[in-house]
Design a protein around this ligand. Structure first.
Ligand code: DLL
Length: 443
C-alpha cells in the first residue's frame, strides 16, 4: 500500500512496475518494442514500407532509440487516404474492436484493436486510475460518450479492470446524471471538463450542493482545459480534478495522465514513445522546449503508428516527483497546431463544416465559426455569407435555408450548430490564412 501523505482514504495502488522501472531498463524495453513495431509495420503495411524504402531504410537500421528520428512521420491524412482499413497490420479475423473519430473531411478515421491491444488499453487505463488514487470500491460514473468515440469504452473497461464499480451512463441528460450521482453514491466522475462545469452549475440550479456528495475525483480530458478551470471545479466541489490525455489513433484515453502531485502528465512510455518536434519543420526540439507531440506506439498490433503527428502542443516537464514514477511527463495541452477544434468532446475540422455548407445552393465560401461557452456548455454559431438574391428573399425562405444548413452540418459533424446568414462581404477577408474559428470560450 502506498504511504504518501496525500493518499485518498483506503490508500491508493502502488505504482505498478512499468511506472517505476529504472531508466536503463525502460529504455531497453522501449528499444526492443520499437524494433518489433517497426518490423511489423514494415512487413504488413504498404504505406510504412514504401515510405521507409523511399528513405533507404529497413527495420535493421533502428539500432538505438535515437534512430527513431530517421523514421518517416504519419499524419491524420494518411488514415484518411487509406480509409478504412489501409493501415491495419493484423488480419481482420484478429481484430476484435473498431472505433472511429473525425478526419479532416466528412469521412471518419477508423482505428482497430486486437484482443492483445485491448488488454494493453485496459492496463494503461488501470495505471491511469491508480495515478489518480482510484481503487476498488470507487463508484465511477462514466459520462464519456459510448460508441465509436474511444472515451466511453476506454474508461469503462479500464475502470472494470481496476475493480471499481462502473455506472455506464454515457454523455448527456444532465438532470439524470445528477440524480444518479447523488442516489448511487458516485465517487469518481469521468467526462469532459466543460461538461462537468455544466453539471455543477445545473446541480446548483436543482438545489443540490456538490460538496455534500461523496464525489472525490474527476478524470477530465478529450479537450483542452486550464488551471483556472481546475480551480473553478475544485472550489465548487470536493473533488480533485485530474487531466487525462489520449487520442484514437494511438489507443484512446490512457496515453498520459496526472498523478496526485499534478505537475504534468506521465506518458505511459513503455507503450507510447513520445517526442517533441518543431511543428513547422518537424525537427526534434531540445528537452523542455514547447512543440508538437509526436507519438509512436510500441506495442500496438492491429494498427501500429509510427511517429504520429498529434498536432497537440506541449513540452516535457522536468523536475522531481514524489510518487516514484520514472516516466517522462508532458505539460497540459493548451492548443493545437492545426485548425481542429473540439466541441463537447467531439473533434471538428472547419473543412467538414465548409463541405456540408457549400453543398447547398446560395452559400458563399466565406464563413466563420464562433465558439462560445454558456454555463459550461459549448455552443457553435456558423456565420455564412449568402448570395445577394438569397439575402433579399423573404424571411421564410431565409429561415428555411438556415434550417437546411444547420441540418446538413449536424449530419456531417454530429453536433448541433446555430447558423446565421449574413450579407456578401460581411466576413472579414484575411491577407493570409483565413481565420475560420473564433474561440470565445474562456477555458
Ligand atoms: O479524445 C480520447 C480521450 C477520451 C482522451 C477521453 C481523454 C479522455 P480523440 O477523439 O481522437 O480522442 O481526440 C484526440 O483530443 O489530439 C487532443 O487534441 C484532444 N485531447 C484529448 N485529451 C486532451 C487533454 C480522445 N487532456 C484529441 N487535454 C487530441 C487537451 C486533449 N486536449
Amino acid at each position: 500500500m502506498c504511504k504518501r501523505s496525500n493518499c485518498p482514504p483506503g490508500g491508493c495502488l502502488p505504482a505498478s512496475p512499468p511506472d517505476c522501472m529504472t531508466i536503463p531498463q525502460l529504455r531497453e524495453l522501449q528499444l526492443r518494442r520499437l524494433q518489433n513495431v517497426v518490423s511489423r509495420a514494415y512487413d504488413r503495411v504498404p504505406l510504412f514500407r514504401n515510405r521507409m524504402n523511399e528513405r533507404g531504410l529497413t527495420p535493421a537500421d533502428i539500432r538505438s532509440l535515437d534512430d527513431v528520428v530517421k523514421l518517416p512521420f504519419t499524419e491524420k491524412v494518411d488514415l484518411r487516404d487509406t480509409y478504412p482499413f489501409g493501415l491495419f497490420a493484423s488480419d481482420m479475423a484478429d481484430i476484435v474492436r473498431l472505433h472511429a473519430s473525425s478526419g479532416t473531411t466528412g469521412k471518419p478515421i477508423v482505428v482497430a484493436y486486437t484482443a492483445e491491444d485491448i488488454k494493453v488499453w485496459d492496463s494503461v487505463m488501470v495505471r491511469a486510475f491508480a495515478c489518480c488514487g482510484l481503487h476498488r470500491g470507487d463508484v465511477v460514473q462514466n459520462a464519456y460518450g459510448y460508441g465509436l468515440f474511444t472515451g466511453g469504452l476506454g474508461f469503462h473497461y479500464g475502470a472494470e479492470a481496476l475493480g471499481a464499480t462502473v455506472i455506464p451512463i454515457s454523455g448527456g441528460n444532465t438532470d439524470r446524471q445528477i440524480m444518479i450521482m447523488r442516489d448511487l453514491g458516485t465517487t469518481v466522475i469521468c467526462c469532459t471538463p466543460s461538461y462537468f462545469v455544466h453539471l455543477t452549475e445545473r446541480a446548483g440550479e436543482m438545489g443540490i450542493d456538490m460538496k455534500q456528495l461523496p464525489l472525490r475525483a474527476g478524470m477530465f480530458g478529450a479537450e483542452p482545459w486550464s488551471e483556472g478551470m481546475r480551480q473553478y471545479i475544485e472550489t465548487r466541489t470536493n473533488i480533485k480534478a485530474f487531466d487525462i490525455y489520449g487520442l484514437s489513433e494511438i489507443i484512446g484515453p490512457g496515453v498520459a495522465v496526472e498523478c496526485l502531485g499534478r505537475d504534468g502528465m506521465f506518458v505511459f512510455e513503455d507503450h507510447f514513445y513520445p517526442e517533441i518536434v518543431d511543428p513547422k519543420t518537424g525537427e526534434p526540439l531540445p528537452e523542455g522546449r514547447e512543440g508538437e507531440l509526436v507519438l509512436t506506439t510500441l506495442s500496438k498490433q492491429a494498427m501500429p503508428m509510427i511517429r504520429y503527428r498529434t498536432h497537440d502542443i506541449t513540452a516535457f516537464v522536468d523536475g522531481p516527483v514524489d510518487c516514484g514514477r520514472t516516466l517522462r511527463r508532458i505539460r497540459r495541452i493548451k492548443n493545437r497546431s492545426d485548425d481542429m477544434f473540439i466541441i463537447r468532446g467531439v473533434n471538428v475540422f472547419p473543412s467538414q463544416i465548409e463541405a456540408a455548407m457549400l453543398a447547398i445552393d446560395g452559400t458563399l465560401p466565406h464563413y466563420q465559426i464562433v465558439l462560445t461557452r454558456t454555463k459550461g456548455l459549448d455552443e457553435v454559431e456558423v456565420q455564412v455569407e449568402v448570395t445577394a438574391e438569397i439575402f433579399s428573399d423573404t424571411v421564410g425562405a431565409m429561415q428555411a435555408l438556415q434550417q437546411r444548413l444547420a441540418s446538413a452540418i449536424e449530419r456531417t459533424v454530429n453536433i448541433r450548430v446555430k447558423v446565421r446568414l449574413v450579407e456578401p462581404n460581411t466576413i472579414e477577408r484575411s491577407q493570409g490564412k483565413a481565420k475560420r474559428v473564433i474561440d470565445k470560450r474562456r477555458i
